[in-house]
Design a binder for this molecule. Structure first.
Ligand code: FO1
Length: 329
């Protein structure tokens, strides 16, 4: 069975831990591919930083810093401190020494002309992740945030200002001329199940969908597309998805996010066949199902790997039910 998961960083990596565990248990010969957001990426001190790819890499390799939620466990910051003495880097964006090593390796390969998807393959070769990671695109399509009077890189808005500055709009710089990374469309075309991880619907899943060709490939796929709500009981699970949703005029609500993604069958640009909401949002199952998004309520808190695996199992089960219904039609 081929499972493809669209994911951002923190929520995505937790969900992928669960999906990997579930597949190891129930479908040991399954192939798991993660299509990962690259909109958070930035150049810093001459190095290319790729936060979401790195968060997934470190988490699935078991070497992530679970306290901070990003970077490597057991980090030191000797190089960052020395760089700061020369005014290099940002005080609001700390790179640990081991994390820097990954960025130095990545940047040296990129400078040799190695495309990002190949860089990712080389970096992950050191650890048996149990999944293939693909950047959504090899092109540099950074998310920038327009706030009153000026535009800043997503990372500054997110880490320096904690998304506290009301964002007027999110822009994907250079997206028009970007293309999906090699392997991305093929993965979606040959998938048996496609899952949207409970990542930020705007700046993680939304930026993946913004890459030309991605949304169409999802809509054209023969695989059921099931999403997992990143909103529980009207509030975000973590991160600042609520401020992002407000910017695009979507309510911070499990049903509103499903409608934002849209039903594949009953809308011209929608991508969802199925949707998982938390039991707190049980009331959304009926109306969404009636609108063409088969919705189920299951516990969505990912406090540990078994809970994430249970959510992954529910997504796979819903997808298989949808595939059976489609065959029956
Ligand atoms: N997040 C912070 O809140 N503060 C930081 O100093 C910070 C540094 C950092 C360095 C490397 C990296 O890969 C991620 C880092 N992050 C930091 C997290 C990052 O902002 C988020 O992982 C994503 O970009 C948002 O999902």
């Amino acid at each position: 069975m081929k499972v493809v998961v669209l994911a951002g960083g923190v929520g995505g990596s937790r969900f992928l831990l669960g999906m990997r565990a579930e597949l190891r248990n129930t479908h040991p010969d399954a192939e798991l591919t993660a299509i990962v957001n690259t909109g958070d990426d930035l150049w810093l001190a001459g190095l290319r930083i790729t936060p979401d790819l790195d968060t997934i890499l470190y988490t699935l390799a078991g070497i992530n810093d679970t306290e901070r939620g990003w970077g490597r466990v057991g980090e030191t910051e000797r190089v960052s401190t020395e760089l700061a003495a020369w005014g290099i880097g940002h005080s609001w964006f700390t790179l640990g020494d081991l994390d820097l090593a990954a960025s130095i390796a990545r940047s040296s390969w990129l400078r040799e002309g190695v495309p990002l998807h190949e860089v990712v393959e080389r970096l992950q070769a050191r650890w048996p992740l149990g999944l293939r990671m693909l950047p959504a695109t090899d092109d540099e399509v950074e998310t920038h945030v327009r706030v009153e009077g000026r535009t800043m890189h997503f990372q500054e808005w997110w880490t320096r200002y904690r998304a506290s500055l009301p964002a007027v709009a999110f822009e994907q710089l250079g997206v028009e001329s970007s293309t999906p990374a090699p392997g991305v469309i093929a993965a979606l075309e040959s998938a048996d199940v496609i899952v949207l991880a409970p990542s930020n619907p705007v700046v993680s899943i939304g930026t993946i969908l913004g890459i030309p060709g991605l949304r169409d490939a999802l809509r054209a796929s023969t695989a059921p597309v099931v999403g997992v709500s990143p909103i529980i009981g009207g509030s975000v699970v973590r991160g600042m998805a609520d401020s992002c949703l407000t910017t695009i005029g979507v309510e911070t609500d499990a049903a509103a996010v499903a409608r934002h993604y849209g039903s594949r069958h009953s809308s011209s640009s929608g991508i969802l066949d199925g949707w998982l909401v938390d039991t707190a949002d049980e009331a959304a199952t009926e109306p969404l199902t009636a609108e063409g998004i088969a919705t189920r309520a299951v516990p969505l808190w990912m406090r540990d790997e078994p809970m994430s695996a249970a959510i992954a199992a529910a997504a796979l089960e819903l997808a298989q039910q949808l595939a059976r219904d489609a065959d029956a039609d």
